[in-house]
Design a protein around this ligand. Structure first.
Ligand code: MTE
Ligand code: MO
Length: 525
């Protein structure tokens, strides 16, 4: 008869060790998400760590992700992070097959990473640290107790194998099983409750109560030939649902109008703060402005046009009295993203910079900055278009470095004159003969003077331009080329109203915007 003392050394089997690690991870994430639902949704350890990765990735990685993944970068990051966490959990289990020590240390290290990620956020208060701390404690407790149960189960098994005392083995097996199921169910419920609590006071119902935004100064009616959409150009106004979206927010910031305010401070005569009602009750203006992302490749899709409704930014700035020494308007969003605009551009009354609260007749969509964002004609989005904006601080360039500036992008970033062929799309098969091309061209705040197209090395031919709605918006064009049988290349180039013609030289988006002629291949038969 063998007693437990003589049993082989107690050791978890590989799958049981792995299970302990994964269950502890589930407990940590579930409890963290639950607490975050009450102290600040983005304090959820998983979201906080993902955000931290976004904010601290080397420029080369961010660039690579933008280029290869486009708008898939966020889901890919989340799945990638989940895989990494599960690998860590498996490792924690594997390292702890005899004693829980190594796994406990790993759990604490992972938990500490969550705490650090939340601590690093400028927009999350002290209380939000409760979420990652609760996650750490839950993960550690789950790991330790599951490990103990698993180990006693394992040794009971080993004892049973020798002594046939299967009753004891069965009991401890059931205990471990019950605990495991309990952890899974508990974490699931906790995560769901946190999700519901964290997103229930969302911005969408606040947005629904804003009511109609009626500008005191409306933009002039659109001429019938503002676009050549029937010929294959983009529509002049981009519907909100089709408007390109670029931001670093993994979770779209949810701010209710009553919780929003904008503070103007720094090198100003008097600090001023505006509530949503303050802005809403001012006479509103409506302006069409085409936004462009600096990351847009030649021929790329990161450009869209809207009718923005809001107030003249310069009026708000005048109330603060910006001082002569101010060089940049340093804007911060509620989620801690930052943006530096040359102060003289923000302050130029001719520029038409806006604090926008409406987009195409509706309150701003939440993902486009609700309750309020900055829109400045003629500057790429990363130096101008702060969404969910909460602070405008006037500083010197040397005092503050905005998010993308510190990642290798330029300080000054006026939008470059560019054009794009939208129809036919690349590698199109067309019947030989007359082929109609259509597309768009832009030189925001300068205006487009002409657009030309050519086939291969042939002569440039003038395209027909749409009506100029504003110098701050894109302009559509169409043209016809004579295309003989065979494979050819069609090119487009624009000239702006300063007389500058787009250079043929290809430049990367980094550091201040791509250049080069867009072309499409035509396969004529
Ligand atoms: N808060 C916040 N605002 C932001 C950004 C961001 O990451 N966070 N990205 C900027 C960039 S790079 C661009 S191109 C524009 C895009 O605005 P859209 O998403 O409404 O098209 O928003 C700008 N405003
Ligand atoms: Mo951008």
């Amino acid at each position: 008869m063998t007693t437990l003392q003589d049993a082989p050394p107690r050791r978890l089997s590989l799958p049981v060790a792995a299970l302990v690690g994964v269950l502890a991870l589930a407990a940590a994430l579930g409890v963290g998400h639950l607490v975050a639902g009450f102290v600040g949704y983005t304090a959820s350890p998983f979201i906080a760590v993902a955000n931290y990765v976004v904010d601290h990735s080397p420029t080369a990685v961010v660039k690579w992700a933008e280029r290869t993944l486009g708008t898939w970068d966020k889901p890919v990051l989340k799945v990638g992070l989940a895989v990494v966490l599960v690998l860590f959990a498996l490792l924690a289990g594997q390292l702890s097959r005899r004693t829980p020590r190594a796994g406990q240390i790993l759990v604490v290290l992972l938990g500490a990473a969550g705490v650090a990620a939340v601590y690093a956020r400028s927009d999350l208060g002290q209380v939000s640290l409760l979420a990652p701390i609760a996650a750490l404690v839950a993960g550690l407790a789950a790991f330790t107790s599951l490990h103990r149960l698993a180990l006693s189960r394992e040794s009971a098994d080993q004892g049973a194998a020798l002594s046939r005392e299967s009753a004891a083995s069965g009991a401890s097996r059931r205990k471990f099983l019950r605990a495991g199921v309990g952890v899974v169910a508990g974490s699931g419920v906790a995560a769901v409750v946190g999700q519901v609590a964290g997103t229930s006071s969302n911005a969408e119902d606040s947005r629904a109560t804003v009511g109609p935004l009626v500008p005191a100064r409306t933009a002039p009616p659109l001429p019938a030939d503002a676009d050549f959409a029937k010929l294959g150009s983009p529509p002049f106004i981009t519907p909100n649902g089709d408007f390109y979206r670029i931001d670093t927010a993994l979770v779209v910031p949810q701010i209710r109008t009553e919780d929003w305010s904008l503070k103007i401070h720094g090198l100003v005569d008097r600090e001023v703060t505006f509530s949503y009602a303050d802005i809403r009750n001012r006479p509103l203006v409506e302006r069409r402005v085409t936004l462009t992302c600096v990351s847009n490749e030649v021929g790329g899709p990161l450009i869209s046009n809207a009718s923005w409704i809001g107030v003249d930014l310069v009026d708000l700035l005048d109330e603060a009295g910006v001082q002569a020494g101010a060089e940049q308007m340093f804007a911060t969003s509620v989620d801690g993203w930052t943006c530096g605009t040359p102060a003289n551009v923000a302050l130029d009354p001719q520029r038409g910079a806006m604090l926008a609260i409406g987009m195409n007749g509706e309150p701003l969509p939440v993902e486009h900055g609700f309750p309020a964002r900055i829109v400045i004609p003629g500057l790429y989005g990363y130096v101008s278009a702060t969404k969910w904006v909460q602070s405008l601080e006037f500083t010197k360039w040397s005092d503050r470095q905005a998010y993308w500036l510190s990642r290798g992008w330029g300080e000054q970033a006026p939008i470059k004159t560019e054009s794009r062929i939208d129809t036919p799309s690349g590698f199109a098969r067309v019947p030989a003969g007359k082929v109609r091309l259509a597309g768009t061209a832009w030189a925001q705040h300068t205006g487009i003077a002409k657009v030309e197209v050519r086939l291969d090395q042939g002569p440039w031919q003038l395209a027909t331009l749409s009506a100029e709605v504003s110098k701050d918006t894109w302009r559509m064009w169409w043209a016809e080329l004579d295309v003989p049988k065979g494979t050819h290349q069609a090119f487009v180039r624009a000239t702006d109203q300063d007389g500058y013609t787009q250079t043929e030289n290809r430049a990367d988006p980094v550091p201040d915007g791509a250049t080069g002629w867009h072309s499409v291949s035509l396969d004529a038969s």
